[in-house]
Design a protein around this ligand. Structure first.
Ligand SMILES: [Zn+2]
Length: 137
């Protein structure tokens, strides 16, 4: 069984459009932007809805932190600070709310990890904030 418990992370450089995300992450909370017009969850964060361009804008709402592995790869070679942590997983996780996010899977058995596996969010230190990653549910 091969697992990676933790990976390097770098502090975010928030913009006005993603600052609420990082403020929540620092408190171990996942929030997602949602359109006030059509209720579509939006990823990546931006100030308008790409579906309907509603003038009502976007609001930030709590998310479950649950999802499933949509796709993944195991990297056996990392660069820089990642070189000490290979093999590690780079994955797209499909959140329960709909968006797919590019992330890392930590704490999973790399020999049995599969598409469709349920995962749940974990927050790992990243500068003054934390970075959300996912582990086995
Ligand atoms: Zn919309």
């Amino acid at each position: 069984m091969t697992t990676v418990a933790e990976l390097p992370a770098f502090g975010p450089d928030p913009t006005p459009e993603d600052a609420p995300f990082w403020e929540a992450a620092a408190e171990d909370r996942l929030v997602l932007p949602r359109c006030r017009g059509c209720a579509t969850f939006i990823w990546y964060p931006r100030s308008f809805c790409p579906q309907c361009h509603s003038p009502k804008g976007v609001e930030w709402v709590p998310a479950s932190g649950r999802g499933t592995v949509y796709s993944f790869t195991v990297s056996h070679r990392g660069m820089g600070p990642y070189s000490e942590h290979a093999p590690y997983v780079v994955a797209y996780v499909e959140l329960e709310e709909g968006p797919r996010v590019l992330t890392n899977i930590v704490g999973a058995d790399l020999d049995t990890l599969g598409i469709g596996d349920p995962v749940t969010i974990v927050f790992q230190p990243a500068g003054q904030s934390k970075v959300p990653r996912f582990g086995p549910a």
